[in-house]
Design a protein around this ligand. Structure first.
Ligand code: DMJ
Length: 630
């Protein structure tokens, strides 16, 4: 309605109020509105009122991720929001959709969130943290551990070759030796550094480092599955008790998303799948939730560093690019986090990463190592199958295998990437050694990092599913690369390999400077021996593995644990005073598997994450049910 101004006339308000009264009324009204909105934003996350006003969270059916894992397109393709949606409510958080489902209520599981670490442990033991999550049909989620175990094709620890028949066999003695090394590494850590991230064997104390955002006990979590499979039962119980009572997640530092994922999440997931102990499942999920803020970038490609500080957006304080090997090595663990929690957010995050990578243009079909999480463009054209790139390729072929060979997208991406690598990076030295060089915008660095030596095992693992005409070729390529990596060990004084080695001016498979001559107990070479052994049963791989055992004993074993060395070309090398957690997770595990029967953690049932933590393959039964679904 148009109000015309009449000079000298003060209009009464529509409610017949005078000016002072009207002013007071408006003042009161604005106060009330401010109060209401203030209250809305100050209320706790779980508040119903807040849910009413803020964007609703969507929960997709648990079966959708199984379909995705099984290689079927999800029913609805979802564009990732610029700032991805928050995680579905954490276990114990109030979720309105749970009220909508009488069937879910009937499940009767308490949804009280423990408030501190001790409560976490207690709740875990008593299974009072919910095993159920809402699906879109209101079907309660429950992970059925027994159903999962019944679908494995082999007993987890194998049929146990009848040891009494060959009590003195060499391979048995070799296996026992590796077990003794693990026991020694664990006991030294326990004695001098229990609860710290890693042991410093020379100074006989612990080391926290700055990769884990305040989380402790990396060595404990990394050791769980190795202790279990070596049947070091007492030691396993010590590790488990520490996780129950002392592994606290209420930390607030900045952590490497990749390292926390592969070591902690991977270690906890494996420990759960091997034992069915709820404490591992619950801690894995809780920790997974703490990683989600890292994905709050415009593209959904996570930054490398996540802040655990509450209320933080999780953006890294350092670095403007994300690293291929880091954001490309989340897929296996995150699908299992969804599997064990029913929370689709984890799977959505890695599905989005895959989508970005699939769409982006690749120079010559190669994947450069750095990507901007803001623009989604490559930052520079450095390509490597070693550090910065390595486990991205590994996770493509392992995603295919973990899906029960149904994730066609991963399979295609893997073989396409491998073809490009072969075309542009693969070389044979004048001395006949096959190696994968590094590529800088078209120029090759004729070097291989120790990290790149995992690729022999990866190519062997992928050979069986390649096109018929390529299979023998990939088997041979895997063997040749593994032989080259062995040469890098054989050409040193210690029979341990350097961090990087070159193929230049007549010098082949050796480091050219002291700064690349160190060995930090890395696993990649014995990892490839293990895969090549399982594929070929050529005794040479056990021989080469045994050479490594002897060298570790001679040069890396100290009075209080194992240590890296600073120069593999010195017969009296100095120690670096660090027993890396991956030595217990990977190096000793792969050596033990090398001297064991093939059905101990059979590759038909398990894939190893890039920290050697076994995660189960998705076998479905005749009705199409998979993993722990029933
Ligand atoms: C481990 O943490 C993992 O294997 C990772 O993929 C690479 N680096 C170390 C071992 O060298």
């Amino acid at each position: 309605m148009l109000m015309r101004k009449v000079p000298g006339f003060v209009p009464a308000s529509p409610w017949g109020l005078r000016l002072p009264q009207k002013f007071l009324f408006l003042l009161f009204l604005s106060g009330l509105v401010t109060l209401c909105f203030g209250a809305l934003f100050l209320l706790p996350h779980s508040s119903r009122l807040k849910r009413l006003f803020l964007a609703p969270r969507t929960q997709q059916p648990g079966l959708e991720v199984v379909a995705e894992i099984a290689g079927h397109a999800p029913a609805r393709e979802q564009e990732p929001p610029p700032n991805p949606a928050p995680a579905a409510p954490a276990p114990g958080e109030d979720d309105p959709s749970s009220r909508a489902s009488p069937r879910r209520r009937k499940g009767g599981l308490r949804r009280t969130r423990p408030t501190g670490p001790r409560e976490e442990a207690t709740a875990a033991r008593g299974n009072s943290i919910p095993a159920s999550r809402p699906g879109d049909e209101g079907v309660s989620f429950r992970f059925d551990f027994n159903a999962f175990r019944s679908r494995l094709r082999h007993p987890v620890l194998g049929m146990r070759a009848d040891e009494s028949q060959e009590p003195q066999s060499r391979v048995r003695a070799q296996r026992e030796k590796v077990k003794e090394m693990m026991q020694f590494a664990w006991q030294s850590y326990k004695r001098y550094a229990m609860g710290k991230n890693e042991l410093r064997p020379l100074t006989k104390d612990g080391y926290e480092g700055n990769m884990f955002g305040g989380l402790s006990g990396a060595t404990v979590i990394d050791s769980l599955d190795t202790l279990y499979l070596m049947e070091l039962k007492e030691e396993f119980q010590e590790a488990k008790a520490w996780v129950e009572e002392s592994f606290h997640l209420n930390v607030s530092g900045e952590a490497s998303l990749f390292e926390v994922n592969i070591r902690y999440i991977g270690g906890l997931l494996s420990a759960f799948y091997l034992t069915g102990e709820e404490v591992f499942r619950i801690k894995a999920i809780r920790l997974g939730e703490k990683l989600l803020p890292a994905f709050n970038t415009p593209t959904g490609i996570p930054k490398g560093v996540v802040s655990f500080k509450s209320g933080s957006w999780g953006w890294a304080t350092a670095g403007s690019s994300s690293i291929l090997a880091e954001f490309g090595s989340l897929h296996l663990e995150f699908l299992h986090l969804t599997e064990l929690s029913g929370n689709q957010v984890f799977a959505e995050k890695v599905r989005n990463i895959r989508k970005v990578l699939r769409k982006i243009e690749k120079p010559f079909g190669l994947y450069p190592n750095f990507l901007s999480p803001v623009s989604g463009n490559w930052v520079q054209h450095h390509v490597s199958v070693g550090g910065l790139g390595d486990s991205f390729y590994e996770y493509l072929i392992k995603s295919w295998l973990m899906s029960g060979k149904t994730d066609m997208e991963a399979k295609n991406m893997y073989y396409e990437a491998l073809e490009a690598i072969e075309t542009y990076l693969l070389n044979v030295s004048p001395g006949g050694l096959t190696y994968i060089a590094e590529w800088r915008g078209g120029i090759l660095d004729h070097k291989m990092g120790h990290l790149a030596c995992f690729s022999g095992g990866m190519i062997a693992l992928g050979a069986e599913d390649a096109k018929e005409e390529k299979r023998a070729h990939y088997r041979e390529l895997a063997a040749q690369i593994t032989k080259t990596c062995h040469e890098s060990y054989a050409r040193s004084d210690t029979k341990l390999g350097p961090e990087a080695f070159w193929f230049n001016s007549g010098r082949e498979a050796i480091a050219t400077q002291l700064s690349e001559s160190y060995y930090i107990l890395r696993p990649e070479v014995v990892e490839s021996y293990m895969y090549l052994w399982r594929q070929t049963h050529n005794p040479i791989y056990r021989e080469w593995g045994w050479e490594v055992v002897l060298a570790l004993e001679k040069y890396c074993r100290t009075e209080a644990g194992f240590s890296g060395i600073q120069d593999v070309y010195s017969s009296t090398p100095s120690h670096d005073n660090k027993q890396q957690s991956f030595f217990l997770a990977e190096t000793l595990k792969y050596l033990y598997l090398l001297f064991s029967e093939d059905d101990l953690l059979s590759l038909e049932d398990w894939v190893f994450n890039t920290e050697a933590h076994p995660l189960p393959v998705n076998h479905s039964d005749s009705s199409g049910r998979a993993w722990g679904r029933h």
